[in-house]
Design a protein around this ligand. Structure first.
Ligand SMILES: CC(C)(COP(=O)(O)OP(=O)(O)OC[C@H]1O[C@@H](n2cnc3c(N)ncnc32)[C@H](O)[C@@H]1OP(=O)(O)O)[C@@H](O)C(=O)NCCC(=O)NCCS
Length: 182
């Protein structure tokens, strides 16, 4: 287990429990629904998208549940050359950058709007980081997403790249990194 920091160290807030996010497990369809409510998309495409990640190296995924209702989820995988996201970041920071070595990528983190600001997002993030095996972590977040950036900044993430568009003409994403204690 990695040592984790943060207000709650990955322990769910009172009344919230964590369970695995994986196709076929309870809550998977609810997580897909929440995903599509936050980032409108086709549910089947998103189910396939998460399922694809769930087969990748060092996949970790969690859902947060309160009162029999899914209220959040997060997942990530080891960041490896050959992976589209990793290769795009490598292009911008240099493929030999030490932040890219032995790094785990937090792919998505989301909490239902009415449940935000109660520590669920932080706890999901810390629990995921604690459960994965890499020495450091990476993520991308929209430069315009001040809420998410502030949350990550408060939890020890720093900027590896101030921002670029993964797809030309689309949103600009900051790349953030965090060193994790062994
Ligand atoms: C980003 C996101 C996941 C954060 O989830 P969250 O559950 O609101 O996160 P937290 O409650 O842990 O932290 C949010 C704020 O609430 C505060 N907070 C944390 N625990 C708290 C508690 N027990 N009581 C009251 N407030 C608390 C935190 O201080 C934090 O403020 P800060 O960022 O200024 O430090 C959520 O806003 C979201 O789903 N956004 C849309 C999707 C998104 O943008 N995802 C990230 C893309 S990479």
């Amino acid at each position: 287990m990695k040592r984790v920091s943060g207000k709650n160290g990955g322990t769910p807030p009172p009344g919230v429990t964590f369970a695995p996010l994986r196709p076929g497990e309870p809550w998977f369809d609810d997580a897909v629904r929440l995903y599509c409510a936050i980032w409108p998309d086709d549910a089947d495409d998103i189910a396939a998208f998460i399922a694809r990640y769930s087969r990748m190296l060092d996949y970790r995924g969690l859902v947060a549940v309160r009162d029999g209702r899914l209220v959040g989820f997060g997942f990530g995988v080891r960041s490896l050359p050959g992976n589209w996201w990793h290769d795009q970041v490598a292009e911008h920071v240099g493929p030999e950058h030490p932040a890219l070595r032995d790094a785990w990528c937090l792919v998505d983190l989301a909490v239902a709007p009415e449940e935000r600001g109660r520590g669920i997002g932080s706890a999901l993030m810390e629990a995921l980081l604690a459960s994965q095996p890499c020495s450091r972590a990476l993520l991308s977040t929209e430069v315009e997403n001040a809420t998410a950036r502030r949350l990550y900044e408060h939890h020890g993430w720093t900027y590896l790249h101030p921002g670029f568009a993964f797809v030309e003409g689309r949103q600009v994403y900051a790349i953030m990194r965090r060193e994790l204690a062994a």
